[in-house]
Ligand binder design. Structure first.
Ligand code: C5P
Length: 397
């Protein structure tokens, strides 16, 4: 942990999840950091300054117009005197103000005046999170270096479900630690592939599969949360880029291989992409036309490069830990065990995709290693990802 002796400013904005900010403050204190609480007007409706002061053992701030504080340029001091700023929970409103550079209260003024690293843990209704306005603000802030952790998916206070839950305090703590240079995978480079590939037939048609990228993207986020530098090579997906990772977007298997090779050297590879085994042998330069009475033309296919096998190949540039996935509809573990040997990777994470796994929120996986097979229960994909990341970290410990 890098948190010992660090001074953290914890900004709490308005969300029912604000009660978890107290637990976060307690965990930061336990890790050796000192915490200053700053409540927005809405945040103070959910958490009292008294509760925050009792947990942090320090004065709690909230008023930009405090004559006593501002006589000494209090907002500038708060912005400079901390090693990092945590915004948890970060409401849709506060994220919008941060993206626009508004500064109409103490929290937004400090956030605009700071040069310190900022970690935001969003919490809001899933529809608010999915809105292009919110996603646009998150993209803007990410591009400017703000780190994000969460939101998690699951049940909301208002009896709806989806992405919008505040990340768990322990996960936020790990993300702060990683932001300050700590984390079990600090200094490691992880390369993750995710999503499907599209194999063009002509300028308008392609062959693809149902992979959503959810599991691979969650793994990239989980590795970044442990401090790894992560390169995510993603096929076409409809989900947001995970926070804190470098994303290379590709379409075809051949582009994916080139992007992976360009990202080497890496310490860790997780090949979670559903790469097409075959591609049309010829890509029509113009749209293939059907003439009246035409019989369907046979489709000639060519084999795609095997990215996982290529990266697993022994040699000086082989990453230390190479992990593949095996999506199977039957004989899951037997196929995965054979695949591990055939591809030359270290672990295979096997999953049964006969049900609603592709595109869904949950996954049941089996970890096939040299030592044998481990069966995990059905879990949220984010939970599968953090357990895989923790298992990877134990190899590098
Ligand atoms: O052979 P199969 O496609 O079932 O193997 C799955 C594993 O191999 C996954 O980890 C996938 O990302 C990887 N793979 C690959 N390149 C291919 C085919 C599969 O990296 N051309």
């Amino acid at each position: 942990m890098m948190l010992s002796g660090k001074r953290l400013l914890l900004i709490v904005s308005g969300s029912i999840a604000a009660y978890k900010a107290l637990e976060l403050a307690r965990l930061c204190g336990k890790a050796g950091a000192s915490v200053t609480g700053l409540l927005t007007a809405s945040g103070a409706r959910f958490v009292t300054p008294h509760a925050m002061a009792a947990i942090t053992g320090a004065r709690v701030y909230g008023d930009l117009w405090s004559l006593e504080d501002e006589t000494h340029a209090g907002h500038i001091r708060l912005a400079r005197e901390h090693d990092a700023i945590i915004v948890a929970p970060a409401s849709a409103d506060l994220l919008a103000k941060m993206a626009l550079g508004l500064a109409d209260d103490l929290a937004t003024t400090v956030l605009l005046a700071t040069t310190r690293p900022i970690l935001a843990a969003p919490a809001m209704n899933p529809t608010m999170w999915a809105k292009p306005a919110t996603q646009g603000h998150v993209a803007t802030l990410t591009a400017r270096g703000v780190r994000f952790v969460g939101p998690d998916s699951g049940a909301m206070a208002e009896a709806e479900s989806g992405p919008g839950r505040l990340a768990e305090p322990a996960a936020i703590l790990a993300a702060v630690d990683a932001m300050l240079g700590g984390g079990a995978l600090a200094g490691r480079h992880a390369l993750v592939t995710s999503g499907p590939t599209w194999e063009a037939l002509d300028p308008v048609r392609y062959i693809a599969n149902r992979s959503s990228g959810r599991q691979g993207h969650a793994i990239a986020a989980a590795l970044a949360a442990l401090g790894a530098r992560v390169t995510l090579v993603s096929g076409p997906v409809a989900i947001a880029d995970p926070a804190g990772v470098t994303v290379a977007r590709v379409e075809s298997a051949r582009e994916m291989l080139a992007a992976c090779e360009a990202a080497l050297p890496a310490d860790i590879v997780v090949a979670a992409a559903a790469v097409a085994d075959w591609r049309p042998a010829e890509i029509g330069a113009r749209k293939i036309k059907k003439q009246p009475g035409d019989a369907p033309a046979p489709l000639a296919l060519a084999e795609n490069p095997d990215i996982l096998a290529t990266l697993s190949h022994p040699g000086p540039r082989r990453p230390r830990l190479v992990i593949g996935f095996a999506a199977e509809t039957h004989d899951v573990v037997a196929h995965a065990t054979a695949k591990r040997a055939r591809k030359g990777c270290d672990w295979i994470i096997a999953n049964d995709v006969s049900g609603d796994v592709m595109g869904g929120e949950e996954n049941t996986v089996h970890i096939v290693t040299e030592g044998g097979v481990e069966d995990w229960p059905r879990l949220a994909k984010a939970e599968v990802a953090s357990r895989i990341a923790a298992r990877i970290a134990s190899v590098f410990a």
